[in-house]
Write a protein of this length. Structure first.
Length: 449
């Protein structure tokens, strides 16, 4: 099992008993290794005496002991040409909230830049909006099977002119504990912009997408998965000072989507000229430049569509790097921001970006060092309908400077959207906040009669 929760049986009418949260006692993740070297880090929201973490290389299944330390924020660097991914699995009978991250600098040949990503857990469906398959904008999909039996997936793509044929895109089979790289130009060449859907038909599959560019927007980034198509999407994590922003929307349906756009700044709604509504043809993807009238401050976008859509925003910090803000789920429980990753993140300046929905709220940010010792906390007010950009690097925020800390735990009083943008001079990366897997909603199971 890749996500194991403490189960129970309970009698009574299932119609009157809603799902209840149960503890996640086992969780597995796959960290992509597409650049040498790649920095990896693993930790947990709560550590208990019986917690066990296993880390193995794929292919080969060699152990990475540096990531298996039970009571620390574990970090290391891997550098092997044959390495494709690292499988991480945590077991904790009381629930640990296990997290893991990967970070790497791009190579000059592929555009340079810097990228950080959360190592994903198993998902039945993943959408990546903003990929490419031509010579100057090329993305690579990495699939990893974390299960003990074969996994099967279909890959679909949408471009500016409609659905894109994917060579051998149906019924992709991965044996147990294996990984596969798929360069998009090998299966659907020549597309400047793509939305990619990975649909797991069977098994325990994870998916990541690394994007590289030597075009006008140079750099590299792991595109975080965006929410599956829906009529309302909220994209946060768009930092201030960007030299360019592009909204990318995919409409996988059969009817043209009319999309209303709200720009949320620090004071609320921003009126952006000729950017309040756009149209996306059926079965296709379209890119829109976010106008200068939206301002240069940190913002979020709320999209309201007549049809189900998925979306992201490409953000360029300069002509040397770019990142993606995506539509992520609201965070209701603790989420982790990595700080110490073998020197890759330590020089970056993190900014926490938050949006509350209908009610104002607060967020508690707690700091920890490598041995999980608490190093202070701060509380942030988040007014409803506004984008709050909070500089985490400012001196005095915590008991220690960020240079001496390993990670932060962000816990909202009410559900909200969030992301952290990390930047240093000309490089940038955006990491959406996601809840650490402490509990999962499970239905009541009634004994058979």
């Amino acid at each position: 099992m890749l996500l194991v929760a403490a189960g129970y049986l309970e009698s009574g009418s299932p119609q009157t008993q809603p799902p209840k949260p149960v503890t996640v006692t086992e969780y597995a993740r796959a960290c992509p290794v597409q650049v040498n070297p790649t920095a990896l880090a693993a930790g947990r929201v709560v550590a208990h005496p019986d917690t066990v973490t296993n880390a193995i290389e794929l292919p080969g299944e060699a152990t990475i002991e540096a990531l298996e330390e039970p009571d620390t924020w574990a970090a290391t660097t891997v550098e092997k040409s044959a390495l494709r991914a690292v499988e991480l699995r945590n077991r904790d009978s009381e629930g640990a909230g296990f997290v893991a991250f990967a970070a790497a600098n791009g190579t000059g040949k592929t555009g340079g830049g810097f990228a950080v990503t959360e190592c994903p857990g198993v998902s039945p469906e993943s959408w990546f909006v903003g990929a490419g398959s031509n010579t100057r904008h090329l993305s690579t999909l990495v699939l990893t099977n974390l299960g003990d039996t074969p996994a099967i997936a279909d890959v679909e793509m949408f471009g500016a002119n409609g659905t894109v044929e994917v060579v051998d895109g149906e019924g992709i089979v991965l044996d147990a504990h294996t990984t596969r790289r798929i360069a998009l130009d090998d299966v659907a060449a020549g597309e400047a912009e793509l939305a990619v859907r990975v649909n797991t038909k069977r098994g325990a599959l994870t998916a990541t997408m690394r994007d590289t560019s030597t075009a006008v927007f140079k750099g590299s980034e792991w595109i975080a998965p965006t929410n599956p198509p829906a009529r309302v999407q909220t994209i946060t994590g768009l930092p201030s000072g960007a030299s360019g922003r592009e909204l990318i929307v995919v409409n996988p349906g059969n009817v043209t989507a009319e999309v209303g756009i709200e720009v949320l700044g620090k004071e609320g709604m921003i009126v952006a000229d000729q950017f309040d509504e756009v149209k996306v043809p059926a079965g296709s993807l379209k890119t829109f430049t976010v106008p200068r009238s939206a301002g240069s401050e940190a913002v979020s976008l709320r999209l309201r569509s007549s049809q189900n859509i998925a979306a992201s925003v490409r953000v360029a910090s300069s002509d040397k790097d770019f990142a993606y803000g995506v539509a992520s789920e609201q965070v209701a429980g603790p989420a982790v921001i990595p700080l110490a990753m073998s020197g890759t993140l330590e020089a970056m300046k993190p900014t926490l970006l938050l949006v509350a929905a209908r009610q104002s709220s607060t967020v508690l940010v707690e700091a920890f060092d490598t041995d999980t010792t608490h190093r202070g906390s701060i509380e942030i007010d988040v007014p409803a309908g506004r984008t709050v950009a909070f500089d985490l690097d400012k001196l005095g925020r915590f008991d220690s400077s960020l240079d001496d800390l390993a990670y932060l735990v962000v816990t909202p009083a009410r559900p909200m959207w969030g992301a952290v943008a990390v930047a240093e001079e000309a490089t940038v990366s955006i990491l959406p906040l996601t809840e650490a897997p402490l509990t999962v909603l499970a239905p009541h199971v009634q004994p058979g009669r």
